[in-house]
Design a protein around this ligand. Structure first.
Ligand SMILES: Cc1cc2nc3c(=O)[nH]c(=O)nc-3n(C[C@H](O)[C@H](O)[C@H](O)COP(=O)(O)OP(=O)(O)OC[C@H]3O[C@@H](n4cnc5c(N)ncnc54)[C@H](O)[C@@H]3O)c2cc1C
Length: 391
């Protein structure tokens, strides 16, 4: 019997109506035909401004997975979660825009999020995506040490200055800032930048946090090298550990371009590597703080068991857990209730800007065996417990 089966606790924030809505939503997403149709329809309607569609999406996908159009509008959710011992991490979910104007806009948004978080105990981190600050192709060029034109050099200087300003303010206001991981072909440059920021701002404690994706075949060796280097040079590491969200895209690109896929061959291999890394982090907690971003119950249980064996307090400031808003509430609320540092990634943004994020959630919940089944099973159990039917 899993420790994460307390559905009363898991859905304590959901009304009967919201529970039914969540059930119907996951049921539709689970069906690949319906889901693909829905994704195509979603993209087409938003692009073409179809009347009424905004309303439908806002009341289904959007409310399930997003906190609101602005950070301020998401605050009631932040407060409600905190009453249930769960902190929030604002995730400005605008993706895909590649203009200088949009990079500056995202930069300003993150700066304001740091200022905002510095005054709010409910918000332990601020997060941003590398591609929120610069073009993916530019990261790739820099990471592969390709020659840059004069214009590209200036462009890269601007990316670096956005990182620098954000990390400097985070350090000044003592708000940890977490950098997401994205596609493998842009990640080297992003990792180099993050490391540079860690060396500068993590001298007393981890302020700059990076992300490692353990579905990548090379990451267990990589993290060990990072640990050795930080020990040698004397700075703290903060990492979010995830499995990785771009598996299909990575594999397709590798096939089309004819190189070996950087992704583990099987789910089991990814799981083994994630779990090995999860334990490794605890063995190096003198220098490494870790945020476990996972919906996997077995990994979470393994981590909390090892914490117990090692006598690490659940609320240790070196260990955090996080799930995405709208998913795996059974894990988040269990952890929060048991005194662990439980968090939700809480995306916000205008509907048309968060479509790539919502599309990823829909695809993930269709393609990843088990996840939606698990959500549906838990919702159904809770509906039964409350004696409500879907009709
Ligand atoms: C708080 C939070 C923050 C996140 N931030 C990021 C981020 O910055 N960057 C990022 O890329 N992702 C991020 N993710 C998403 C994450 O990488 C996973 O895609 C997602 O959480 C599902 O993995 P899981 O650990 O929850 O467990 P599960 O649902 O048990 O595992 C699913 C994952 O296993 C892997 N997998 C599935 N099938 C196979 C297969 N056949 N072969 C090899 N591997 C397979 C994939 O990575 C898949 O996503 C984040 C997730 C959370 C909860």
């Amino acid at each position: 019997m899993s420790i994460f089966n307390d559905t009363q606790l898991a859905f304590s924030l959901k009304s009967n109506f919201e529970l039914k809505k969540a059930y119907l939503l996951f049921k539709s997403i689970q069906n690949p035909t319906l889901s693909n149709l829905g994704i195509n329809f979603l993209q087409f309607s938003i692009k073409n401004n179809l009347p009424g569609v905004d309303f439908i999406i806002k009341n289904t996908m959007y409310t399930q997975f997003c906190g609101g159009e602005t950070r301020e509008k998401a605050v009631p959710i932040v407060e409600k979660l905190y009453e249930h011992h769960v902190s929030s991490i604002f995730d400005y979910a605008k993706e895909g825009a590649e203009t200088e104007e949009s990079f500056w806009e995202t930069f300003r948004e993150i700066i304001t999020n740091i200022e905002f978080a510095s005054k709010r105990k409910e918000i332990p981190f601020v997060v941003f995506k590398p591609t929120g600050f610069g073009r993916i192709d530019l990261y790739e060029l820099v990471g592969k040490k390709k020659p840059l034109t004069a214009t590209e050099k200036q462009e890269w200087e601007r990316v670096k200055s956005r990182y620098e300003e954000v990390c400097k303010l985070a350090h000044k206001l003592q708000v940890p800032v977490m950098i997401d991981a994205e596609e493998s072909w842009m990640q080297d440059a992003a990792d180099d930048l993050a490391r540079e920021m860690m060396q500068k701002y993590n001298k007393e404690k981890p302020i700059v946090w990076n992300t490692v994706q353990f579905y990548r075949t090379d990451r267990l060796d990589w993290i060990q090298t990072e640990i050795a280097q930080a020990k040698e040079m004397g700075y703290f590491l903060g990492y979010k550990f995830v499995r990785g969200a771009y598996m299909e895209k990575e594999r397709n690109r590798a096939t089309i371009m004819g190189y070996a896929s950087p992704i583990m061959p099987t789910k089991e291999a990814t799981d083994d590597q994630y779990n090995a890394a999860a334990e490794l982090a605890l063995d190096h907690k003198d220098i490494l703080s870790v945020y476990y971003g996972t919906h996997n119950e077995r990994s979470t249980e393994l981590i909390i068991n090892k914490m117990e064996v090692m006598n690490v307090a659940p609320h240790s400031s070196k260990i955090f857990f996080g799930q995405l808003y709208g998913m795996s509430d059974n894990i988040t609320f269990y952890l929060g209730n048991a005194g662990y540092n439980a968090t939700k990634y809480l995306p916000y943004g205008k509907l048309q800007d968060v479509i790539p994020y919502l599309t990823r959630r829909a695809k993930e919940n269709t393609s990843v065996a088990g996840q939606t089944g698990r959500e549906l099973g838990l919702i159904a159990t809770e509906m039964k417990r409350r004696n409500i039917s879907i009709l």
